[in-house]
Design a protein around this ligand. Sequence first.
Ligand code: SF4
Ligand code: FES
Length: 360
Amino acid sequence: MTVPAPIAMLAELTHRCPLSCPYCSNPIELAQKDRELPTETWADVFRQAADLGVLQLHLSGGEPAARRDLADLVRAAREAGLYTNLITSAIGLTERRLKELDEAGLDHVQLSLQGTDAAMADRIGGYKGGFARKMQAAGWIVDVGFPLTLNAVVHRQNLHQLPRAIEMAVEMKARRIEVAIVQFHGWALKNRAAMMPTREQAEEASRIVAQARADLKGKLVIDYVPADYHSDYPKRCMGGWGTTGLNVTPDGSVLPCHAAETITGLSFDNVRDRPLVDIWYKGAAFNAYRGEDWMQEPCRSCDRRKLDFGGCRCQAMAIANDPNATDPVCIKSPLHDRMRALADGFSHDDDAELTYRAGP
Ligand code: SF4
Ligand code: FES
């Protein structure tokens, strides 16, 4: 098969983060600060990514603002010709730092929202006073002139706040809101019982999003990630394995998706040892689930296989214990009923407590 060049790269600059969201998709084993790539190595990785064909760079974490060299990293990415998007909780961003980032050429800011009031946001983020600081930073982000996307992760505990989150996006002059029903990867897997939405909530969320899209057409773009476990068909995860994007972890491992390290048996190359172009085209992990040769039935002969590539490999690993299996979300999977039972069981566990992410 012809392998396309990647469009986007997610640079996980650090796993350090002042928040401890229970839905964090970072791995259970976090990279320590002394393992993080230094500024000049990241700058080289950005140049290699641009040469490879990457257009968009998402600067993420953990909390990327925990890196004191964030403005230098943005400058290096812009010099390499990349469009730069900062994915942040805004904790650690002052007005002065935002102006520095603007001068460095940052193109866009994506701000996470843990809840629509301090009680909810501070409880979910595990950080007292975080909501107030985030709201103050949101004002600076808009004043400096960055296009803003709000990223609202919703789950059983805060789904009733979804209409208000959409209203807030309009009030904050965001151009876009991403409403993502929590996806259970990495740390979040520990919190399925505390965060799984009920089927009714998942359906209500879809209704709210559809109505808001109609009402706010031309004013606010709404991206939507529906509740995976309650669906009948899986998502086209990562746009297809090894087709559109790649992730670089704080210590330089290059992954086909952010949760790929959960797949046992895969080995990952590191930017310290191998050029990015080689890793993308020839790396074992990137070739493991490219195309269709790896597929089993029912995916192998299914009409939808070019639409969803058999769904999410990490989810197949987590639920079927087999990364080559059909994503158990799929109605054709022999495990679909089990997935549904898991979703219903978790979503009615009223005694489950949140398990907060521990820092590196
Ligand atoms: Fe997608 Fe496989 Fe399900 Fe077909 S059987 S819809 S290819 S996951
Ligand atoms: Fe890894 Fe879906 S999260 S393939």
